[in-house]
Design a protein around this ligand. Structure first.
Ligand SMILES: Cc1cc2nc3c(=O)[nH]c(=O)nc-3n(C[C@H](O)[C@H](O)[C@H](O)COP(=O)(O)OP(=O)(O)OC[C@H]3O[C@@H](n4cnc5c(N)ncnc54)[C@H](O)[C@@H]3O)c2cc1C
Length: 583
């Protein structure tokens, strides 16, 4: 049987679907998609745009008939049309990840795990295909992180770009735009991913899926005759523009538009999206950008003082479930006003983009009835954030914009990320737990302290926090109240710039045995867990060169604890010193 169409597209991936919907919007009635699988890349768009799909068919031959139309055979059917787009792509046989990794069933290329429901998966890639794999996994219930560095969303096909925006908006996956893994090692049989970036602490997954990007098919792959190729109406979706052999090829972000302009010159195509520069001048664009990108509302914004805030955020979609100590990501657009008069570098190029940063999830300590709060039952998340001032070396992006926000304002909240800084290693309720922080590094400690006390932890718990002034202690009253109620809890705030308080740093607490002298708490490496959060100089992680550890010049807590027999909880080594660095 032969059917007649205006345009045939082989490949129901995001690029093929983008070309099909553009053709339909431009007025072509009979657009047929041929998909070799049983499902297209973005199933929702089929009904939405009235697309016609033949599933389970593969193109075996393309020729030209006596009327000059292209004739496409699939083994099951024959189609004729004045133009054909081959959007289908193929994986290279010998493709290997460019990141050092181990091999095995946990590491996959261009395919998703068999049962993705409820497992944590990292997708690595920055093309349409990486977005499709992410969407498939999210759809099937996986917790997905897409490491998309160096993705430029404007180089995705329009459908992949829209899909990515939807995934983000609905908090179905975490997108790391700048990050790429630098190493993947096997820890307890699972992939542990190091991003080589302190802003993205190591994360452990059940599977890692690499998207190879895949290659364009060639005329031989679809059995195209020389006459079909010479017609100039058989197009391929590829990485480049026109190939050396004169085969019409264009990348996914504009293959549909190029094909329609050349093969159907009389069609009136919908105007392309305006450039960022032009859009910026449109009235109402800021409201539009906020609607596009933000997915949560600030419900509470309480300044501890003008530069330090406790805020609560309620997402429109998805859950806020997390373990005490973990972090989420918050974002605001570069289009938002700043509190200072610094000028962001490259603001013109970035103006429409989001600035995202990681934030530890803090915790109310008491609920409205004065009981220990249980945020597992809440529908919002609490954060504790300080304004970072501009310096000669750095123009901070997010906090000077957050400074102008108030309850009711909208914000971007990323989905849950499984940070490793949690209470999981504290398995004995008699253990000593010491929590040391600088500034807002108190945030995750608040969540962990509340959890320990709620669960009836019996061993000593000490929280010490180093700040500049008394005024920098957003939760001091609640901690004092906790001390009253729980004899095993001690709070040690340490302002360094108050005239009547002798200056001492977190490191001094260990060097001078302050826990023993002030609270009668022994720092015994056999029965103590230490949690360190905040300024990396306080933590003082060693660098490891060929197994040789070198500690920083300024002695940090890790070095002092190592001398007392403690071990660092680090990637593939379980230990009793746990840390979260803020930069
Ligand atoms: C896992 C994780 C959790 C984090 N949790 C928190 C949190 O709960 N609260 C919080 O305020 N920040 C937190 N941060 C830091 C946060 O992600 C941002 O770096 C910070 O808010 C500055 O963002 P910015 O865009 O304004 O400035 P950026 O341009 O990102 O400036 C970064 C610089 O600001 C300084 N800086 C960053 N964070 C702090 C801080 N907390 N206190 C003092 N100086 C800082 C450092 O010099 C750093 O180099 C966390 C970081 C990580 C990696």
């Amino acid at each position: 049987m032969t059917t007649t169409h205006d345009l045939i597209i082989f490949g129901g991936n995001a690029g093929g679907l983008s070309a099909a919907t553009l053709a339909r919007r431009a007025g072509l009635e009979r657009v047929r998609i041929i998909e070799s699988g049983t499902v297209v890349g973005i199933p929702d768009v089929i009904g939405e745009h009235g697309l016609d799909v033949g599933y389970g068919e593969t193109v075996t031959a393309i020729d030209v008939d006596t009327d000059g139309n292209l004739v496409v055979s699939t083994g099951r059917q024959t189609y004729t049309a004045p133009a054909v787009l081959v959007a289908q792509r193929k994986s290279a046989v010998d493709w290997t990840p460019s990141v050092p990794t181990f091999s095995g069933e946990r590491i996959l290329v261009d395919r998703i795990p068999e049962s993705p429901n409820d497992v944590d998966v990292l997708v690595v890639g920055h093309t349409d295909h990486a977005v499709e794999l992410t969407a498939q996994l999210a759809d099937q219930g996986a917790g997905v992180v897409l490491a998309a560095g160096p993705m430029d969303p404007s180089l995705l096909s329009p459908m992949a770009e829209a899909l990515l925006q939807k995934i983000e908006h609905e908090r179905q996956a975490t997108l790391l735009y700048r990050s790429v893994p630098t190493r993947i090692s096997e820890v307890d049989g699972l992939p542990m991913v190091d991003f080589g970036d302190r802003r993205t602490p190591d994360l452990q997954f059940d599977h890692v899926v690499f998207s190879s990007g895949r290659h364009a098919l060639s005329p031989a792959d679809v059995g195209a005759t020389e006459t079909a190729v010479a017609s100039g109406r058989l197009w391929f979706m590829g990485e480049e523009d026109e190939t050396a052999d004169g085969i019409p090829t264009a990348p996914s972000w504009r293959v549909g538009r190029d094909l329609l302009e050349r093969c159907f010159p009389d069609l009136e195509l919908p105007a392309p999206a305006p450039s960022a520069e032009r859009r910026r001048e449109f009235p109402g664009v800021i409201e539009e950008l906020r609607r596009e990108h933000y997915n949560a509302t600030i419900t509470h914004f309480e300044p501890t003082h003008s530069d330090l805030w406790v805020l609560r955020i309620k997402p429109d979609h998805g859950s806020v479930s997390h373990l005490p100590g973990q972090y989420a990501s918050l974002g605001l657009g570069y289009w938002e006003a700043r509190i200072d008069d610094a000028v962001d570098p490259e603001i013109d190029e970035r103006w429409e983009k989001l600035i995202r940063r990681s934030y530890s999830i803090s915790h109310r300590i008491f609920d409205d009835n004065g009981y220990l709060a249980n945020e597992a039952e809440a529908d919002e998340l609490e954060f504790y954030i300080v304004l970072v001032p501009p310096t000669d070396d750095n123009i901070p992006g997010l906090t000077p914009r957050l400074a102008l926000k108030r309850p009711g304002d909208r914000i971007y909240l990323g989905p849950k990320v499984a940070g490793r800084y949690t209470l999981a290693p504290v398995t004995d309720p008699r253990d000593t737990v010491i929590l040391l922080s600088t500034g807002t590094g108190e945030a995750p400690q608040n969540a962990m302290i509340t959890e320990l006390l709620r669960k009836g932890h019996r061993g000593p718990i000490v929280s010490a926090v180093s700040v500049r002034q008394w005024a920098d202690l957003g939760y001091i009253n609640q901690h004092r109240e906790l001390e009253e109620r729980y004899p095993n809890y001690h709070y040690l705030p340490m302002p360094t710039r108050e005239p009547d308080v002798p200056k001492r740093y977190i490191q001094d607490l260990i060097s001078n045995d302050v826990f023993a002298t002030e609270f009668d708490v022994k720092l015994d490496s056999e029965s103590t867990h230490v949690f360190l959060c905040g300024n990396p100089a306080m933590i003082g992680l060693p660098t490891d060169v060929d197994g040789e550890l070198t500690y920083p010049e300024v002695t940090g807590v890790v070095e002092l604890l190592a001398a007392r027999g403690f071990t660092l909880d680090h990637r593939n080594q379980r230990g009793n010193v746990h840390y979260e660095e803020y930069w």
